[in-house]
Design a protein around this ligand. Structure first.
Ligand SMILES: [Zn+2]
Ligand SMILES: [Zn+2]
Length: 142
């Protein structure tokens, strides 16, 4: 499910058992708008254009939203985390080994590969969602 409206995001926060605050709503609304997984720094920069919010508050809210299962935390070997909304949909990213370029690619299905993996798996019967990072070198760094 795509989460875009304020009403949908409000419902998601409440159903996760979290208290609804302007900051939580603003963080989720920003993540719903961006095309790429963002860092805390990028999130603070974007939020500060509209809100009076400091980095510690953003961190704290990201942690509680992540613990509640509303966010996905991604690691691209940058030494910092990136966040995106947990929509339950698969997420595919190309990541540059040289610079910090990350490109999210939409509309690609690797479901058949997932099915093959499950067939070979001794410990898993099914999969819910996935996030994959493919590493390489971007055009600018090549
Ligand atoms: Zn990064
Ligand atoms: Zn690059």
């Amino acid at each position: 499910m795509a989460l875009h409206t304020k009403e949908q995001l409000t419902a998601v926060i409440k159903s996760a058992g979290l208290r609804l605050t302007d900051h939580r709503l603003a963080i989720l609304a920003t993540l719903a708008r961006v095309k790429q997984p963002v860092t805390v720094y990028e999130l603070v920069d974007t939020l500060r254009k509209k809100e009076n919010i400091d980095q510690a508050t953003v961190y704290r809210n990201l942690t509680s939203l992540h613990e509640a299962g509303l966010l996905r935390r991604l690691d691209f070997n940058h030494g910092h985390a990136h966040y995106e909304l947990e929509t339950g949909e698969a997420s595919h990213q190309l990541v540059c080994n040289s610079c910090e370029t990350v490109e999210k690619i939409e509309g690609i299905s690797i479901d058949s590969a997932v099915q093959k993996m499950l067939k070979r798996s001794k410990k898993f019967k099914n999969a819910t969602t996935h996030s994959i990072e493919i590493y390489g070198v971007c055009k600018h760094c090549a």
